[in-house]
Design a protein around this ligand. Structure first.
Ligand code: GLP
Length: 265
C-alpha cells in the first residue's frame, strides 16, 4: 500500500440495478482509458447485475472488453477449471463469455494443484506479470470476508490456502449438492486485493448491512478483512440503501457518503 492519503468514496444508491449501473460506469471508465486493463472480478450473486449491465453495453456496441484481462479472487481447493462449480467456470459463464472476453484472458488460482503453496506463488507471479490489477471489484460476506479471507486473516497476507468458516460454507451451500461445499480455498490475500490500483466493494441487501458498516466505519483489523477499503488510496464502496442502512451520516462535496438511497443512483 502506498503512502497516498486514503480516499474512500461511499455511494449509497437505491437498488441493485443502480449499483450495477454505477459499477459498470467505473469499469467502463478504466477500460476507456486502457482497453487492455486488468480487472479483478469476483463470483457471488452480488456482481451479477453489474455483469448483466456490462453485457448490455457490450451488446449495444457502447463498450468493448475484448482486450481486457480478468483475474479471479479465489478458487475452491479440489475443483478443476472446468468443474461447473469452480469459480473459473462460473466467471466464464456469468461474466467473461457474455462480455466478449476470451477464455485465455481469464486467470484464476489453480485450486486443483497438488502443490497449493506453489500454485499460490504462481498466481501472484502471474498477476505481477500482467502488471498488477487496475480495478479490483469485490463482494463481501455476511461475516466481513472478502474473497475467501475470513475474519482473523492478517491483512498483510498474500495469496494463500484458506479454511472456510461454517458461515461461509452455509452461505455457499446453494451451489453444491449433497457433497457439500469444499472446506478450503485458494484465495488472494487482503494484501493482494489491496495492491490493485482501484478497489471497488459492492454489496446489496439487508443481510450485508452489518458487514458493510464494519468494513467502512469499524476498526481496520483482521476481524473484518473487508476493512482494507479504508486504507486504500483509491477505494469505492457502492451499496444499495439496504446494505448501506447502518452507515454513518452523509457527507457532501468530496464524494464521500453520497446519496440517500432514494434517488435511483
Ligand atoms: C463467496 C466469494 C466472495 C463473495 C461472497 C459473497 O464467499 N468467495 O468473493 O464476495 O461469496 O457472495 P454473494 O455476493 O453471493 O453474497
Amino acid at each position: 500500500m502506498s503512502t497516498a492519503v486514503p480516499a474512500l468514496r461511499v455511494e449509497i444508491v437505491a437498488d441493485p440495478d443502480a449499483v450495477a449501473r454505477r459499477v459498470a460506469d467505473l469499469i467502463a471508465a478504466v477500460v476507456g482509458q486502457r482497453p487492455t486493463a486488468v480487472l479483478g472480478l469476483p463470483t457471488g450473486s452480488t456482481p451479477l447485475p453489474t455483469y448483466r449491465e456490462l453485457a448490455r453495453r457490450v451488446a449495444d456496441g457502447a463498450l468493448d472488453l475484448g482486450g481486457v484481462r480478468v483475474v479471479l479472487c479465489d478458487e475452491y481447493v479440489g475443483l478443476g477449471p472446468d468443474d461447473p462449480r469452480a469459480y473459473r467456470a462460473t466467471i466464464r459463464r456469468d461474466a467473461t463469455r457474455p462480455l466478449g472476453i476470451p477464455d485465455d484472458h481469464v486467470l484464476g488460482p489453480a485450486g486443483e494443484a497438488a502443490d497449493l503453496e506453489r500454485a499460490a506463488g504462481d498466481f501472484e507471479a502471474a498477476i505481477a506479470a500482467l502488471g498488477g490489477v487496475d480495478l479490483q471489484l469485490v463482494g463481501i460476506g455476511r461475516n466481513g470476508h472478502v474473497a475467501f479471507n475470513e475474519p482473523g486473516t492478517p491483512l498483510d497476507r498474500r495469496t494463500h490456502v484458506a479454511t472456510l468458516s461454517d458461515a461461509t460454507r452455509a452461505d455457499n451451500a446453494r451451489f453444491f449438492d449433497a457433497g457439500g461445499v469444499p472446506t478450503r480455498a485458494l484465495t488472494q490475500g487482503p494484501a493482494t486485493l489491496a495492491a490493485a490500483r482501484r478497489l471497488v466493494l459492492v454489496a446489496t441487501g439487508d443481510t450485508k448491512a452489518p458487514a458493510v458498516a464494519a468494513a467502512v466505519d469499524g476498526p481496520v483489523s483482521s476481524d473484518c478483512p473487508a476493512a482494507i477499503v479504508q486504507r486504500h488510496p483509491d477505494a469505492w464502496v457502492v451499496v444499495d440503501r439496504h446494505a448501506g442502512r447502518l452507515l454513518g451520516g452523509a457527507a457532501g462535496g468530496d464524494g464521500r457518503r453520497t446519496g440517500a438511497g432514494t434517488g435511483g443512483g
